[in-house]
Write a protein that binds this ligand. Sequence first.
Ligand SMILES: Nc1ncnc2c1ncn2[C@@H]1O[C@H](COP(=O)(O)OP(=O)(O)O)[C@@H](O)[C@H]1O
Ligand SMILES: [Mg+2]
Length: 415
Amino acid sequence: MSINRKFVLKEAQKKALEKILSGANVCLLGMAGTGKSEVIKEACEILEGQGKVIKKVSYQGLAAQIIGGSTIHSTFKLSHDYRKMKLSAYNVAHLRNVDVIVIDEIGMVSENMMDTIGDCLSFLDHPVQMVVVGDFYQIEPFDDDKKRTGYYLDRKYAFQSYYWQAYDFEVCFLNEVVRQGDFRYIYNLYRLSRGDRSVLSYFVKNMCPYIIEDAIYICTHNNDAKRINKEKLEALKGEESHPFMASYEGVIDLNSLPGEECLVVKIGLRVMATINTSKFCNGKMGTVVGFENYENIKVKFDGYNEVTTVTWATTMIERTDDDSQYANTEVRFMPLRPAYAISIHKSQGQTFDKVNVIISEGKGAWAHGQLYVALSRGRSLANTHIEGNIFNCRIAPDAVVKEFYKQFGDPGIAA
Ligand SMILES: Nc1ncnc2c1ncn2[C@@H]1O[C@H](COP(=O)(O)OP(=O)(O)O)[C@@H](O)[C@H]1O
Ligand SMILES: [Mg+2]
């Protein structure tokens, strides 16, 4: 079977592809931009051509979009507090025919989540091939039970899970960066990922010194993304919609709401879908072309010919007010977000021609890997602007990640 693409796969990509096609459980590692996701796409096309059923998943909706997959939560029918769920065959009833599970951005998958996926799959009556792909030097898992384990927990990453051992992965490395072309930039990204602070000034000296007007903004903190999206809305001419207000009982953590508490749009606003439906998936980008107040928003999603009517969605979310007799509340919300600015977490996996990196004033990057992910999204440093103090950022990787890589001799990057 032949696949149309603009480039030919590098040797290491071909080897990884062959390994996946051999049916082995594969763990594919490599720095940001080494073409890991591209290998997955090609492998899946070939396997699907052979009649195999494949489920591609990722932690974040946007990252899942890149490989044409869905989120881990939606695929395995997991709630936000999935650790408390009683798992059953129900979680995998729709995966009865699946042959291969591919998890991209495995570095964001916690030990708990990896074991939950393994537990779900154990309800199937046949084994599946497991392919996990990512870079543990990028953003660490952040959905873990902090109360139980604290921030610097010993067992946090997927490679520390029970099922990681059970899957007995064959490990492949890609060590040639293809997203960027400038070797000095690539080498300094590598050193940044390994926690070398001496390269920070290189990025400041060589970046684009001013905000790039038509570029996406990626932010260390959600509040900055919200502020920028609001400014972009205000800058658009035309009539504002009435606010589409989320409704729910009691108190909830708004970070777990897959949408805005109060969404206002104008015609021309760039938006992103925040849930999966039969008409669009989480992370899909588009432009608002109309709205009916209180009812719906009409969106022309990128790559679609027709206009999609997006209307209210509902989900159950845990209540955080202790005195309630109900643990959860039903939330009704509009499943869209403005898309000019996103968190660096959501940007992991993306390639941008131009990008503004916003480091929150006085706070810096708060998770190791955040700055590395941010600075490796662009194709060139000349088209990357950094706003804020990168010297304030935490960049030292976790010792357990270094240990994990040591067993394979950490091949790093090729010259
Ligand atoms: N062999 C290749 N030659 C040229 N470009 C490539 C190649 N493989 C991937 N790319 C492109 O490089 C960018 C980064 O690839 P991606 O698969 O997203 O990397 P990763 O998943 O390792 O971060 C993408 O734009 C992708 O299309
Ligand atoms: Mg990728």
